[in-house]
Design a protein around this ligand. Sequence first.
Ligand code: TRP
Ligand code: SF4
Length: 332
Amino acid sequence: MSAKSEKRSVIVSGMRPTGRLHLGHLLGTLGNWVQLQERHECFFFVADWHVLTTDYEKPQSISDFSREMVIDWLAAGLDPERSVIFRQSALLEHAELALLFGMLTPLGWLERNPTYKEQREQLGDRDLSTFGFLGYPVLQAADILLYKASGVPVGIDQVPHVELTREIARRFNNYYGEVFPEPQALLSPAPKIPGTDGRKMSKSYGNAIFLDEDPASIEKRLGRMATDPARVRRTDPGDPALCPAFLLHQIYCTPEEIAYVTEGCRTAGIGCLDCKKVMIRHVLEQLAPLRERRAEIVAKPGLVDEILAAGAERARKIARETMREVREAIGM
Ligand code: TRP
Ligand code: SF4
């Protein structure tokens, strides 16, 4: 089969706009998206309605976070020519399909969902005994099936949601005839990215290196990153295997650099700051082109809104067609 006749598959994924993106996003989901757009028909959207399922009391920041997140996407290399980039809330078809899916989704499927149980416990400070929060995966199934996706690039935590999407597609097809394909989860790489304190990198821990962070700040914060606690003084030898910072070396450094710092650490031949500088250089190098593109984007006011509007138009063509089929299948 020639490259030309090879069928491009439809890829759909979304991200909730809950704050600035960090290195964990870039090395995981976002980096994966940027690669997928080279060979597939991709739809990437801002899941702004999904934020309301947990943040319905304080929706004020959703709009700003949405715009900022899209700037990060573009800075990281998502290309609006190749990928369809839009806001979920701009397409009412997502809501209509979610409503219809809600009719045929048994409550038991939603109550058993492991992410549901886990999140309800984690976010115990909010009242999440709402219809919308329980129905989160129903809306997600609509997001995915509206475009008849065959692949859904997500992190491991989202796999149960894609599984539920398949079950909803199957049930719909059983009742009303074959309309939807059953999508596959495409697992994003999930390298263990430590934050500056050695715990998993997360905005809520205050240990994240942000994609739009100032280089001087990155250098300073990574320079103070947690190390092998046995290296109290410069003359104490250490063990890279016990050093959180070294996890970043393993992601970013060349084999030669790894060998150099490992030897230097074990023999106390180099200090921790010099050791970290070897890794910090790579982090800054990776983020430099993002910073440049970000500056170009923000220099053009209105650009992001234009991209989102154009993306919504493109998405709408497909979404309308699917909804026409859906209504006809149900007989509405
Ligand atoms: N639930 C996803 C997350 O929290 C975001 C999301 C919403 C999504 N709709 C989607 C992901 C559709 C993939 C496909 O990360
Ligand atoms: Fe970690 Fe490097 Fe310090 Fe060793 S020298 S403890 S690997 S930062």
